[in-house]
Design a protein around this ligand. Structure first.
Ligand code: NAI
Length: 259
């Protein structure tokens, strides 16, 4: 049985993935603000360092897998926090855990990105470039939007950057060359507390409810958890830097002419 680190383990898809892994007999070390094994605020560099260290100590320097699911939705006024959690808490924790993932010769990492990365038009490229360069303050300065669009762009930009980062890193020798598989999942609208919060907010409810989902309805976190567990399995051994859309057809619908 394996040892897995899961961020965002207290809610939604992270919690569903942790439950599925535990039910299969694995050891899960959860990280979240509260209600799990390691309490840490991943919006701050100190919180991320503490979380990385706590998992390293608890995981005895060897991890079979890591799931990076902690994230914030497009919440107005929290643009900086969005990029800190959705981008830096993924990239910094994975960099810290990479040696532990490589230690067993075949660790797996799954980044929970979003189809917002590809379905949101006009995401400032300067913002994405600033994130990839490690500059969160500059990334937020590049958001030349006001009102609800500002948080939407912060969210989509953080996800675009994290998908790009995952693809870029996945093929580097220190990842694939040491047997570690790094892939990303791009869910669409999945009914978790994050989406419920958007549906309850009058400034975003209509846009969320009218977003096209060809399959109809919202995704189920337990199904997304099954995809995460699949990406952690041996069956995904030939997947490197893949971004897997599980979104009821939204990305295909909105980008059907992009090829
Ligand atoms: P959720 O809100 O149910 O779970 C997110 C978890 O992240 C929560 O437990 C929360 O406490 C944790 N978190 C947030 N800020 C944190 C911080 N500063 N420090 C530590 N933990 C923190 O949301 P959900 O939907 O399960 O989201 C999981 C991931 O999936 C997120 O990255 C989200 O962006 C992504 N996603 C969600 C979609 C949806 O429709 N629900 C669609 C596409 C992507």
């Amino acid at each position: 049985m394996g040892v897995y680190a899961v961020t965002g383990a207290a809610s939604g898809m992270g919690r569903a993935a942790a439950d599925t892994l535990r039910a299969a007999g694995h050891t899960v070390l959860g990280v979240d603000l509260r209600d799990t094994d390691v309490a840490a605020d991943l919006a701050t560099p100190a919180g991320r360092r503490n979380a990385a260290e706590a998992i390293r100590e608890a995981g005895a320097d060897r991890l079979d897998g890591a799931v990076l699911a902690a994230g914030l939705g497009p919440v107005r006024g929290r643009e900086r926090e969005i990029v800190e959690v959705n981008y830096f808490a993924v990239t910094e924790l994975l960099q810290a855990w990479r040696p532990a993932l490589a230690a067993g010769g075949g660790g797996r990492a799954v980044v929970v990105s979003s189809n917002s990365a590809t379905t949101t038009p006009l995401v400032p490229r300067r913002m994405v470039r600033a994130l990839l360069a490690g500059d969160g303050a500059k990334a937020v300065r590049a958001l030349r939007f006001h009102g609800p669009a500002r948080a939407v762009m912060s969210y989509a930009g953080s996800k675009l950057a994290v998908s790009h980062w995952a693809r870029r890193e996945a093929v580097r020798p220190e990842w694939v060359g040491s047997g570690v598989r790094l892939n990303a999942l791009a869910p669409g609208a999945v009914l978790t507390p994050l989406l419920e919060q958007q549906l309850a907010d009058p400034s975003s409810a209509r846009a969320v409810a009218s977003f096209p989902v060809p399959a109809g309805g919202f995704g189920d976190p337990a199904q997304l958890a099954d995809w995460i567990v699949f990406l952690l399995s041996d069956a995904a051994d030939f997947m490197v830097g893949s971004v897997v859309f599980v979104d009821g057809g939204t990305d295909a619908y909105l980008r059907s002419e992009a090829w």
